[in-house]
Design a binder for this molecule. Structure first.
Ligand code: ZN
Length: 164
């Protein structure tokens, strides 16, 4: 099990690394896309208990963690921000869940759960530390250096000058 906060941290770090956005929209849609899949923990038991849906793809890590669910989430959030940021947030969630027990990636086409069972506690800690480091160094960079026109080499040089 990956904590919701870890999903958000990883999504924010991925969006920063991929886009280095200064505006809030990419981070907002990435965070929402990263927490949306786990809405099944709260919503699906009600639907299953009411008899509206049944089967393994309607369990936790089912439909909301599938490619179809991802398309719906990214399409919906693209109204509020860049679709690539929403996709990055959703994919980061699925990747973390993939290595901590698996997901029903192709639901509802098949009810096969894809993934491996890794150490979720260690993964939570490592992902949190790496993500917070990226976010803090990135926010410091945006505040002090402040240009998105720099090449990755310029960013590395600025980082080395400041910290190395
Ligand atoms: Zn999940």
């Amino acid at each position: 099990m990956v904590a919701d906060g870890v999903h958000v941290l990883v999504a924010l770090a991925v969006v920063f690394l991929a886009f280095r956005a200064e505006r809030p929209e990419p981070y907002l849609v990435a965070a929402l896309a990263a927490i949306f899949p786990d809405i099944d923990v709260y919503l699906l038991p009600v639907l299953v208990d009411s008899g509206y849906v049944h089967g393994p793809v309607w369990a936790h890590r089912g439909m909301t963690h599938s490619l179809l669910g991802g398309c719906v989430v990214v399409l919906g959030l693209s109204y509020f921000g860049p679709w690539r940021a929403a996709a990055a947030g959703f994919i980061s969630h699925i990747a973390l869940d993939f290595v901590t027990g698996g997901v029903y990636l192709l639901a509802p086409v098949t009810s096969v759960r894809y993934g491996v069972s890794g150490g979720w506690l260690l993964l939570n800690m490592l992902a949190s530390v790496v993500s917070v480091t990226v976010i803090l160094t990135g926010s410091r960079y945006l505040r002090t250096e402040g240009s998105l026109d720099r090449s990755p080499g310029d960013v590395a040089d600025a980082f080395t000058d400041r910290f190395g």
